[in-house]
Design a protein around this ligand. Structure first.
Ligand SMILES: *[C@@H]1O[C@H](CO)[C@@H](O)[C@H](O)[C@H]1NC(C)=O
Ligand SMILES: *[C@@H]1O[C@H](CO)[C@@H](O)[C@H](O)[C@H]1NC(C)=O
Length: 467
């Protein structure tokens, strides 16, 4: 949990956060917005309870709303981006791009200050659910399917905040037998078929996230509760051997498109629709994960515009048809398949597209002293001397005239707290044929609606807030 120190030491270790001052702090200068750069809060993160204070939830008028928070805000920046690169490489290989080996030698990788054995971190968003009546804080991931928590007896578990889930204490817990169609559905969800346990006919799963994170255990059913809506017989992984980038959470909520994902399993209840609004890093900011299509509970500032998901049922792919920088459309409009992912931080674009974005951004955001590249980010500025800067708006256009503007907090990535190294928060893929990814840094303060039944994805601007 994040606490604030007494006022006397307020300015001791000020992280400079990107603050969009409320109530008129954002001025519209044509196609630019002002980003206020000023020290704001001292975040004091204590080791023991930094991440997982239970997130709130509520039900209103047919909507099931879970509070979303960001986890691990004090992670070293390079670790976040190192973890991000590992995730992107593993996504690419999963998406059938056999470039994992080439990517190993890519220049962007070589520049990473990755200590071997260093624990990489991601910038994750978390929610709290109940499993058999026990609170579990889990990472929200649209890039994978299986929901799992750490379970006793544990062969090897990382340390988590909440007590471990104990199947023996839940009368409604049922292991799933192997040689069942539910066990077979693991293949689509994890890429690896379930296997029979050696001593009993339970269905054992293995799931590896390719960045070194993994969970292995037993597939089981129990009741879960999402903002007090209970779902009986929910299929999840009871993880007996888990490790990697999960911080102090109890596990992960898989919101992908496979049959085992939470969203597929709850389709009778929520209609296969969910949406989220990811908060900025400002202290105590929170967002929401809304299950169901209760559009009237969104606080969107602009209408929700929809684009079709590409007909590939494995993930959330969209057809990116153009971009504009400061109102200037990139000269070569393009049509490219991109993945939208809640777990990747920085948006990745094909090298040719990235070059257009970078060149146009540099043309418009000129006159600022340059700063060294940082990891995968190669367009950096020294903004230490500025209280505020006006930055060109960046817009994505998707098939079907769905345009969405990146929030002003999602354009620059502050590597240094004093803004002396502020980088354009977009990166190039290593190869032209890799799949682009819309990362979570560019999804902040947007309502992103996943309609898995209608096979469409919607965007609207929103100031994220739980309450
Ligand atoms: C699962 O099915 C295979 C092949 O039909 C069989 O050999 C095996 O004994 C079964 N396992 C269990 C635990 O039922
Ligand atoms: C993407 O959109 C463009 C423009 O509407 C269209 O020409 C192209 O066929 C679409 N690509 C896919 C894969 O649907």
């Amino acid at each position: 949990m994040v606490g604030i120190r007494a006022a006397s030491s307020w300015f001791a270790f000020l992280p400079l956060v990107l603050v969009v001052a409320a109530g008129g702090g954002v001025s519209f200068l044509g196609e630019k917005k002002v980003l206020v750069l000023r020290p704001r809060f001292q975040l004091e993160v204590t080791k023991t309870s930094e991440k997982c204070l239970p997130q709130r939830s509520r039900r209103v008028a047919g909507a099931t709303i879970l509070e979303v928070k960001q986890q691990g805000r004090k992670d070293a920046t390079w670790k976040v981006l190192a973890g991000d690169n590992a995730r992107v490489r593993s996504l690419q290989s999963r998406l059938g791009n056999t470039v994992a080996n080439r990517a190993e030698a890519a220049p962007s990788e070589a520049r990473l200050p990755l200590n071997s054995g260093a624990k990489v971190q991601t910038q994750n968003y978390i929610v709290t659910i109940e499993l058999a009546g026990k609170q579990m804080t889990v990472i929200v991931d649209t890039g994978s399917d299986l929901t799992w928590v750490q379970c006793v007896p544990c062969k090897s578990c990382y340390s988590q905040e909440d007590p471990l889930f104990d199947p023996a204490a839940s009368p409604s817990y049922q292991p799933i037998p192997c040689n069942t169609s539910t066990c077979d559905s693991l293949r689509a969800a994890t890429g690896i078929s379930g296997v029979c346990g050696s001593d009993r006919p339970s269905c054992n799963y293995e799931l590896s996230y390719g960045d070194g994170s993994y969970t292995n255990g037993v597939l089981a059913r129990d009741s879960i509760s999402l903002a007090s809506v209970s779902v009986e017989g929910f299929v999840f992984g009871c993880g007996r051997s888990n490790g990697g980038m999960f911080g102090g959470t109890s596990g992960l909520m898989g919101l992908g498109r496979a049959q085992l994902s939470l969203i597929s399993q709850t389709t009778p209840r929520f209609g296969g629709v969910f949406s989220y609004c990811l908060p900025t890093q400002e202290f105590d900011s929170s967002g929401s994960l809304i299950l169901g299509s209760a559009y009237d509970t969104f606080k969107n500032l602009t209408p929700v515009v929809f684009t079709n998901m590409l007909p590939d049922s494995s993930s959330y792919f969209l057809n990116l048809t153009g971009m504009s920088i400061g109102g200037v459309a990139l000269q070569d409009q393009f049509s490219t398949k991109v993945l939208i992912d809640s777990g990747t931080v920085i948006t990745r674009l094909a090298p040719s597209v990235y070059k257009l974005v970078k060149d146009e951004f540099l043309r418009q955001f000129s006159g600022f002293p340059p700063a060294p590249d940082f990891s995968i980010l190669d367009t950096c500025f020294d903004l230490a001397g500025y209280k505020e800067v006006s930055i060109p708006n960046i817009r994505f256009a998707f098939q079907g005239d769905a345009e969405v503007e990146v929030d002003v907090s999602g354009v620059l990535y502050l590597v240094k707290q004093d803004a002396s190294q502020a980088c354009l928060a977009f990166a190039s893929l290593a190869y032209e044929d890799e799949v682009g990814i819309i990362g979570n840094y560019q999804q902040k303060n947007l309502r992103v609606v996943y309609d898995t039944v209608g096979s469409r994805l919607g965007f609207a601007e929103e100031n994220c807030g739980y309450s």
